[in-house]
Design a protein around this ligand. Structure first.
Ligand SMILES: [Zn+2]
Length: 163
């Protein structure tokens, strides 16, 4: 699959850190993946999710986020919506035809960055429905598009861990 790679680096201040998160999108994804500010869109959602999990956007420095048209194998699942590999700092997220990055399971995968080594979902927040509906409300607060808001509602049902 051909990917467009956008590597964004923000040099904040002379004495500040250099930020960099790689974002990859397929060439034939939804319209937002071809917008010039796609990196900024993904960075905003990922950063907000990191803060909601109790972390910080800085925790995403050095990570690569790759959106895919198809679901993927991940750990014990052969058909996952997303996959985070802490050892090589990669996140894969299925696009699910979402009209915006927030309408994917990205916020779940960011949780795996902030709560490392918890592939088995032992942290109680993975199963806490209030946590996830509050997460959805937080994500929707930045999204005026009704289609995006509906996608967030759909995605949150995939982000809550039920087993
Ligand atoms: Zn998970």
């Amino acid at each position: 699959m051909r990917h467009i790679t956008l590597i964004a680096s923000l040099i904040l201040a002379a004495c500040g850190p250099t930020h960099g998160t790689e974002v990859n999108v397929p060439a034939d994804g939804p319209a937002w993946t071809r917008e010039p500010d796609v990196f900024a869109q993904v960075e905003r959602v990922a950063g907000a999710a990191a803060v909601f999990w109790g972390g910080s956007p800085d925790m995403l420095i050095g990570w690569a986020i790759t959106f895919t048209n198809e679901r993927m194998a991940c750990g014990s699942s052969s058909w996952a919506w997303g996959c985070t590999e802490y050892h090589d700092r990669t996140i894969e997220v299925a696009l699910m035809d979402s009209p915006c990055p927030a309408g994917t399971v990205l916020a779940h995968e960011i949780g795996h960055v902030v709560v490392p080594n918890d592939a088995g979902h032992q942290d109680p927040r993975w199963r806490d429905q209030k946590f996830w509906y509050d997460m959805a409300d937080m994500l929707k607060a930045d999204e005026p598009d009704p289609a995006c808001r509906a996608a967030i509602s759909d995605a949150v049902t995939k982000m809550i861990v039920f087993y």
